[in-house]
Design a protein around this ligand. Structure first.
Ligand code: ADP
Ligand code: F6P
Length: 322
């Protein structure tokens, strides 16, 4: 299988994440350096089905390291969840001489990669999501940038919140996972951190906390609320009514997904992109690349999808303590 590999392709799928461009660049340049032809598939699996496929040269990925988003574009494609869609995708790969695909995305995107692999196209997944919610890896492309963007925004909200002696509920992204909320909660010194994995919906205890902090002379009260809990605006109204303290909700939203990637995201994404090509060259397929215990590793996609992870208990305890 390894000897036959001549042409590989790269695509980004699901939500974009800062650092995806560094991964694309590394796939392209490592592939070319190893003597392969490299193609770019635009707009994820949708672009594959529509044959939006372009040749990638070294210059195609110049000046993209510092850019947020993904130069290939991304999409969610329902058709690719069907057997017919997957078969068409594999046929399109064969038509374009593509025998290996690097898929940068999350768990859903790996399901697509797994389907292609079963249909004879070698596939490797890279973890691209700001949510850090991929179980087989301690690192996902984009999380570091997103969490730094959110942290800086929260610092700003905190300034105005203190000046007005207000309570602020700041909602951060993460889908059903609370990693962005936990990290910002600690990094921004929030008074309360609400994570979907931990929240008991006991709003009264938050209200009591706000009142006792105000009695002790605190001028602000920052609550970091995860998107997986949501309802920040109505929560703010209820808290203001119960405490008599002006309360505002700020939903940070998509700004967390954009912007120039941090050094960490550029570096890790670059190594992972190269790693994906090298394991494809080594004859591997149906694998997902991760970073665990200080090393870049790869797992069978099914094994990776069956793994679970949750908020670290010690980190959660420390978040409370501080
Ligand atoms: P993420 O990759 O970030 O988890 P999604 O769950 O939206 O994001 O998945 C991205 C894309 O991957 C979907 O739009 C679809 O094209 C493809 N995909 C998701 N689930 C499957 C599946 N079960 N089988 C095949 N393809 C899938
Ligand atoms: O997975 C990244 C993410 O930004 C999540 O944090 C969020 O829940 C979701 O994507 C939003 O997706 P969409 O771009 O489809 O609105």
């Amino acid at each position: 299988m390894a000897k036959e590999l001549k042409t590989i392709a790269v695509l980004t799928s699901g939500g974009d994440a800062p650092g995806m461009n560094a991964a694309i660049r590394a796939v392209v340049r490592t592939g070319l350096a190893r003597g392969l032809k490299v193609k770019g598939i635009k707009k994820g699996y949708m672009g594959l089905l529509n044959e939006e496929i372009i040749d990638m040269e070294s210059r195609s990925v110049s000046e993209i390291l510092q850019r947020g988003g993904t130069i290939l574009g991304t999409a969610r494609c329902l058709e690719f969840k069907t057997k017919e869609g997957q078969q068409k995708g594999a046929e399109v790969c064969r038509k374009h001489g593509i025998d290996g695909v690097v898929v940068i995305g999350g768990d859903g995107s790996y399901r697509g990669a797994q389907a292609l692999s079963r249909l004879g196209i070698n596939t490797i997944g890279l973890p691209g999501t700001i949510d850090l919610d991929i179980a087989c890896t301690d690192y996902t492309i984009g999380f570091d940038t997103a969490v730094n963007t959110a942290m800086q925004a929260i610092d700003k909200v905190k300034d105005t919140s203190s000046s007005h002696e207000r309570c602020s509920i700041i909602e951060v992204m993460g889908r059903n996972a609370g990693y962005i909320a936990l990290w910002c909660g600690v990094a921004n010194g929030a008074e309360d951190i609400l994570l979907p994995e931990k929240y008991d919906f006991n709003e009264q205890s938050i209200i009591n906390n706000i009142i006792s902090n105000r009695k002790r002379g605190k001028t602000h009260h920052i609550i970091i609320n995860a998107e997986g809990i949501g309802h920040s605006t109505s929560m703010a109204r209820r808290i203001e009514a119960a405490t008599g303290i002006e309360t505002r909700a700020t939903i940070l939203g998509y700004m967390q997904r954009g912007g120039s990637p941090t050094c960490k995201d550029r570096f890790y994404a670059s190594i992972m992109g190269a790693y994906a090509v090298d394991i494809l060259m080594g004859g591997k397929t149906n694998r997902v690349v991760g970073y665990r215990d200080g090393k870049f590793v790869d797992y069978d996609i099914e094994e990776a999808l069956n793994m679970t992870k949750s908020i670290d208990e010690y980190q959660w305890e420390v978040a409370h303590l501080l």
